[in-house]
Ligand binder design. Structure first.
Ligand SMILES: [Zn+2]
Length: 238
């Protein structure tokens, strides 16, 4: 079902292919957002390693590949904190030091395919859980914006006329949940493949997903993948 959203069919071949392709007309409406798949969260040696985060690398990479083949927009969010911030325990927050700008821990995991712009968050004294207002300096000055005005993820999605976001990454109950909640609040359809998310605390992660489901998000389970081609055919109007 994830593939139905991102797209599974190569129209020129006229047959469904798992993890590949898309009905071209669907493309402008959907984007894939990969949340915080950085060394500090994904690598077991990371400062704030999220349990099982390594196991979602391959499923996310498969989604990225499907999206690339379909020319579906892909965005990445990243914690990008200053060395001293109230987000960290030492300065009044609740987290160990992590995701510090320009460090190994803040880099996206090397096994994660990069196929789109990176949006940074938490660059000041704020927590920066949601990627919705994360910034991309590389896109500053585009679409009529001032040259020194970083582009927000929300604005980037808006410029691309995205109305559905597939949200993946870590941590489920923090940055994935906050990003998804903001997307729902903004009126977008939100799809969350459970197998492409990892939580700091399993119970809290499940609870967060359930709240998002009640808020309108569509949660996909692993078994939904099996029916992808059929569902794709059934949702050709999407
Ligand atoms: Zn952080």
């Amino acid at each position: 079902m994830v593939g139905w959203v991102i797209g599974w069919q190569l129209p020129q071949q006229g047959k469904t292919m798992q993890h590949e392709g898309l009905y071209r007309a669907q493309q402008p409406h959907t984007a894939l957002v990969v949340v915080d798949m950085q060394n500090d969260f994904v690598d077991p040696q990371g400062a704030l390693a999220v349990p099982h985060a390594l196991t979602i690398l391959k499923p996310i990479a498969a989604l990225i590949q499907a999206a690339r083949l379909a020319s579906t927009p892909i965005a990445y969010t990243m914690d990008w904190h200053p060395p001293r911030t109230r987000h960290f325990r030492a300065w009044g927050g609740c987290w160990p030091v992590h995701g510090v700008a320009d460090t190994w821990g803040a880099c996206l995991h090397p096994e994660l395919p990069i196929a789109g712009p990176c949006f940074r968050k938490g660059m000041g004294q704020e927590d920066g859980y949601s990627g919705w207002s994360a910034c991309c300096e590389e896109h500053a000055g585009q679409w009529g914006r001032a040259a020194d005005a970083p582009l927000l993820l929300s604005a980037w999605l808006g410029q691309l006329a995205v109305c559905t976001v597939v949200i993946t990454g870590v941590a489920t109950e923090y940055c994935v949940a906050a990003t998804a909640a903001d997307a729902l609040e903004a009126g977008l359809a939100v799809v969350i493949p459970r197998g492409c998310c990892a939580a700091v605390d399993q119970g809290a992660g499940q609870a967060a997903l359930e709240r998002l489901r009640q808020g309108g998000a569509v949660l996909l389970d692993e078994e939904d993948r099996d029916g992808l081609p059929q569902r794709a055919a059934g949702h050709a109007e999407y």
